[in-house]
Design a protein around this ligand. Structure first.
Ligand code: TRP
Length: 460
């Protein structure tokens, strides 16, 4: 082939199994993976789903699924990426043979589908940030609802979507180390600090206890087998960790052979869950303190964008500073996540076709921007895309990953983890979880979710 790809190994597949890029260190990988996990899912998704009822039962199910199901699947996904050295499209074939090829396509479809509406949410976030910074906060709840309606439709939503895709493209085009890793290295620590400050501030609000109680601590055992609560817990766990569609697989392909994957995965999961719970403990005291419960139940998608600015507005100038900090933090968290979603098709194009990174990035950005237009114009479409791509497909991906590494090629997991120093007993327990616990739990969760989703669509 002539010039455009001459700096890369020419033709499909010659660089297969040996990505040319890598993380600078194990810490760099952990921060990038934490950057992928921590995002709008923690800030917006957690508030959105927790506010649909469920209370403590939702939180308990969520944490149990994260530990028993998502953590093993995350480790499996990392092993699949590192041991094959391939991008998400080809890694399943290398590990399990041709009949696993559809899994690679499922990864691509889910990542592209999620990013196409995720960028719309990023647009809303950026828009709210700019408004708080330049104009101020909406004066009351009515103004806040009108503001949300204006940012979530028409030209404003389109512009936010396009700009967010462009920013994501710029970071991914800069490369694994210079783009993705560098952004996460300062973004993640900054986020923790800001969130901690907000957490302390929210704990002092008059309605703090009521907020924790209404949304997070209210115990109702019957919610443990409520279909919507179960679907919300599964979706939130997989979406928030970001396991199941190859994003972490793509990152792990750039990983050192010797690094301790189980420890790294545990660090990512711990940070992600901490941020989710912390964000809930910031959102709900505000909602309770400023009597915003109605807003939350009438527009759960808009929880973050209506309730928070309204609550913060009642604090005057200080509230505006808090709003800028919060939405600024949310935007940083969103970019470190969106880059991992874009990396799935980008790494696959580089791996499969031998393309250069910028070319793969801008093609991906163009396609995903177009696919996101319906969600940018209609929040109903966005909600449905979230349920299908960020819910069902993601959970199916997690199930197939558990089956591939647990049953399809179990020697791979054992060999990769033991070679990097994981104690055999730990490897054994992980395999046991992947073979028995994850597939059963995910299958049950999937069936319940599908039935619940069908019911909610038929009813709504
Ligand atoms: N986890 C991110 C969040 O909470 C979103 C995300 C990034 C994601 N990569 C993913 C979701 C892969 C599913 C799969 O916002």
């Amino acid at each position: 082939m002539p010039s455009p790809i001459s700096e890369q190994p020419a033709g499909p597949g010659q660089n297969q199994g040996h990505p040319t890029e890598s993380w600078s260190s194990s810490l760099g990988f952990v921060l990038a993976a934490a950057g992928s996990a921590v995002g709008l899912g923690n800030l917006w998704g957690f508030a959105y789903r927790a506010s649909q009822g469920g209370g403590l039962a939702f939180v308990v199910l969520y944490v149990a699924i994260v530990l028993l199901v998502c953590l093993p699947v995350l480790i499996a996904e990392m092993v699949l990426g590192r041991s094959t050295g391939h991008a998400p499209l080809l890694a399943p074939i290398t590990a399990g043979g041709r009949r696993w090829a559809p899994l690679g396509w499922l990864f691509m479809a889910a990542a592209v589908g999620i990013l196409s509406y995720y960028a719309v949410l990023m647009g809303w976030t950026g828009r709210t940030l700019l408004h708080a910074l330049l104009v101020g906060l909406p004066a009351d709840m009515e103004a806040s609802k009108a503001f949300f309606a204006s940012i979530s439709s028409g030209g404003s939503a389109l512009l936010g979507h396009v700009l967010s895709m462009a920013l994501t493209g710029i970071v991914v085009a800069a490369g694994v180390r210079a783009g993705i890793e560098r952004l996460s290295r300062w973004g993640i620590p900054l986020l923790f600090v800001l969130l901690l400050v907000l957490l302390i501030w929210a704990a002092g609000l008059p309605g703090a206890m009521e907020g924790y109680h209404t949304f997070l601590l209210k115990w109702d055992a019957s919610k443990l087998h409520d279909a919507t609560t179960i679907r919300n817990a599964f979706t939130q766990a997989f979406f928030s960790i970001g396991a199941g569609i190859g994003a972490i697989l793509a990152y792990a392909a750039y990983l050192d052979r010797r690094s301790a994957i189980p420890t790294e995965a545990a660090a990512v999961v711990t940070m992600d869950t901490a941020v989710g719970l912390m964000a809930g403990c910031v959102t709900f005291p505000l909602v309770a303190s400023f009597a915003l419960g109605d807003v939350v139940s009438s527009s759960t998608v808009g929880t973050l964008f209506i309730a928070l600015p309204t609550g913060m507005a009642s604090l005057g100038g200080a509230g505006r500073v808090v709003a800028v900090a919060f939405f600024g933090l949310a935007y940083i968290a969103a970019i470190t996540s969106s880059v991992s979603l874009l990396e799935v098709p980008v790494a696959s194009l580089i791996d499969r076709l031998g393309w250069r990174r910028p070319r793969a990035v801008w093609l991906g950005v163009a396609v995903i921007t177009v696919l996101g237009l319906p969600a940018a114009l209609d929040t109903g479409v966005l909600e449905r895309m979230d349920a299908v791509f960020g819910g069902v497909l993601l959970i199916v991906g997690g199930l197939l990953l558990a089956l591939l590494l647990g049953w399809g090629s179990p020697g791979r997991l054992r060999q990769d983890l033991q070679a990097s120093g994981t104690p055999p007993a730990l490897v054994g327990s992980l395999l046991w979880l992947l073979r028995w616990v994850s597939p059963c739990a995910i299958s049950i969760g999937l069936v319940i979710s599908l039935v619940d989703l069908a019911r909610s669509w038929a009813g709504g």
